[in-house]
Design a protein around this ligand. Sequence first.
Ligand code: GDD
Ligand code: GTP
Length: 424
Amino acid sequence: DTKAIILVGGPSRGTRFRPLSLDVPKPLFDVAGHPIIWHCLTAIAKVPSIQEVCMIGYYDESVFKDFIKEAATEFPNLPIKYLREYQALGTAGGLYHFRDAILKGRPERIFVLNSDVCCSFPLNDMAKLFDDKDAEAVILGTRVSQEAATNFGCIVSDQHSRRVLHYVEKPESQISNLINCGVYLFSVDAIFPSIRSAIKRRTDRPRLVSYPSSENLESSFMADEDEERKNEVIRLEQDILSDLADSKQFFVHETKDFWRQIKTAGSAVPANALYLQQAQQSGSRELAKPSPNLIPPVFIHPSAQVDPTAKLGPNVSIGPRAVIGAGARVKESIVLEDAEIKHDACVLYSIVGWNSRVGAWARVEGTPTPVTSHSTSIVKNGVKVQSITILGKECGVGDEVRVQNCVCLPFKELKRDVSNEVIM
Ligand code: GDD
Ligand code: GTP
C-alpha cells in the first residue's frame, strides 16, 4: 500500500504570491476552476494503491476544513487529513514529526508532492520505475534551459540506468539541466532512517560558539535563538536527497509532460493555461463549448455571466459570479470571483482579483513570456517588471484607463494610465 503526502507550507511562505496570498492561502488559489492542490488530488486519485492523503503544513487547521469537506465528496475513496506543524519544520521535518500518523496502516511507500508545482503528476509512471528498479526512491525530473536550472534542485543521472548519481539543491554553477520537479516516491524503509541519520549528524556536530561584542549583545542573542530554531528544520533537498544518491537505489523519472513552479502570483497564469490545456486534451466537460467568440480552452464558472458578444480565450478562467460585459476581450487571464469586466474592456495576460472592476474600454494587460521561460519577470527599459498584470482584491480600473505590467495591491482605484509599477 501507498500513501500520498502533500507539502502545503504555511502563511510565512508564499510571500512571492502576494498580493493574491493576502486573501487566500496559495494552495487554495483557483487555477483552471479548482484550487491548486485539487489538481494534485486528481492525480493522486488515479493511483489505485493509494490508501490515504496527508497534507502537511503550518497553516491553521481551519484553513483547509472546507476544502477537505468538498474533496471528500469529490474523491469519496480517498481519505484526506491535515497534519499541522507547530512551526515550519522543513520539507523533511514535517514528514518525520508525523511519522507515526504516516506509518499507521503500514504503507510500504509514500509519494511526496510539493503543493506549489503545476504538472501532470505522472505518479503511476514513477511507481512503475520504482517497481522495475526495486528502488528506494524515485524523483520526478524535467529538463529546463541551462540558465533556469540553477534555480532548482539539479540531478546528475546515468542516462542508461536512470540512476541518480548526484543531487545538488540550487547549485551556484551549472551542473545539469535535469531538475527536481518536487515530486517523489520513497520506500518508508529508506526515507525515515535517512531523516533520522540527518538529525543525528546535526546533533553530533559541535555547536559553533559566538562571542558577541557588548554593544550588540541583544541582537546576537536573537540571532542565536533564530539559529536554534533553524536547527530543527530538516530539508529533503539539502539534508536527505544527496544521501539517498549515495545509496545507489535512487532513480529519476524524466517527464516530457508540462511542468511549472507556482511561486509568484503571475505564475498562476501559465499554470492556469497548462491545466486548461490538460482538461481540453482529456475531453473534460467542465470547459466551455467553443464558438466564434470562445477560443478554447476556457473555463466559465456556472454562476458567471458572460455577454455573448464578449470574446474569450484561449486559456481563460472566469470565476463564480463574475460578470463580463458586451464586446469585452479576455485572453490568457484569470478573472476571480465577483469581478466585473465592463463592456469593450480588454484583459490580456492578467489576473483580475476578487470583486475588482475593470471599466468600459479599459485595457489591463501583461506581456506574454515564452513557454520555455520559467520566470514571470521581464526586463523593460532596463528594469525588471512582472510580465503578468495583477489586480488584487477589490481594485477598480476607471473607464478607458490602461494598466500595463503592474501589480496592484488590494483596494486601489486606478484612474490614470499606469505601466511597469507596483501600486501600493
Ligand atoms: N509542511 C511544510 N513545512 N511544507 C513546507 C515547508 C515546511 O516547513 N517548507 C516548504 N514547504 C513546502 C512548500 O509549501 C512547497 O510546496 C514545498 O514544500 C517546497 O518549497 P520550498 O522549500 O520553498 O522549495 P522550493 O520550491 O524553492 O524548491 C523545491 O521545489 C523545486 C521544484 O518546484 C526544491 O525541491 C527544488 O529542488 C525543486 O526543484
Ligand atoms: P481577436 O480577433 O480578438 O483575437 O484579436 P487579435 O487577433 O487582433 O489579437 P489578440 O487576440 O492577440 O488580442 C486581443 C485583441 O483585442 C487585441 O488585438 C486588442 O487590440 C483587442 N482589443 C483591444 N481593446 C479591445 C476592446 O476594448 N474590445 C475588444 N473586443 N477587443 C479589444
